[in-house]
Design a protein around this ligand. Structure first.
Ligand code: ZN
Length: 169
């Protein structure tokens, strides 16, 4: 079990476009295992490779009761979005910060498994939210980019001041 360091907001890794994962080798399997261990230790429901400093299109998600265990997504692409849901969201790279973010209620995601096999999955609710959030990371986007400009400015000011704020209305 290897816990990797989760990079925090301000780190360049979180603002990069990640490269496609081309090799389905031992190195990928180690990355996936480490990412899952790191996510569980941090009690998150998802983690993207750039959050551990690896600029590859690799994501792990486990939404507990609302899903079916650990899901590994390699080179994921959302091919269908349906409906809308509004809910509170946080991020392991922005500890202690949350905001209400609007996301699709249901999404279909195409991806590859650890052995390179192509798959497709349709998910709803928290699972859909987690997929959208983690896939954003692969394009250098954070949930704070999805809230209004005014809220973001308030949010960033709070980050600068370093004051703790558990709720953003
Ligand atoms: Zn995140």
């Amino acid at each position: 079990m290897a816990i990797r360091k989760i990079v925090k907001i301000g780190d360049d890794c979180l603002r990069q476009e990640c490269r496609k994962q081309e090799k389905f080798d031992l190195r990928l399997k180690i990355l996936l295992k480490d990412m899952a261990d790191t996510m569980y230790k941090a009690e998150g429901v998802g983690l993207a490779a750039p959050q551990v400093g690896v600029l590859r299109r690799v994501v792990v998600i486990d939404v507990g009761d609302q899903g079916d265990g650990l899901l590994e997504l390699i080179n994921p692409v959302i091919t269908m979005r349906e409906g809308e849901q509004c809910g509170r969201e946080g991020c392991l790279s922005l500890p202690g910060r949350q905001a209400v973010v609007t996301r699709p209620r249901k999404v279909t995601v195409q991806y590859q498994k650890r052995d390179g096999v192509h798959c497709e999955k349709t998910v709803e609710g928290l699972f859909a939210r987690a997929v959208c959030h983690e896939l954003d990371h692969l394009d250098g986007k954070l949930f704070i980019d999805r809230i209004s400009r005014l809220k973001r400015i308030m949010f960033e000011n709070k980050l600068k001041k370093g004051t703790r704020q558990s709720q953003v209305k």
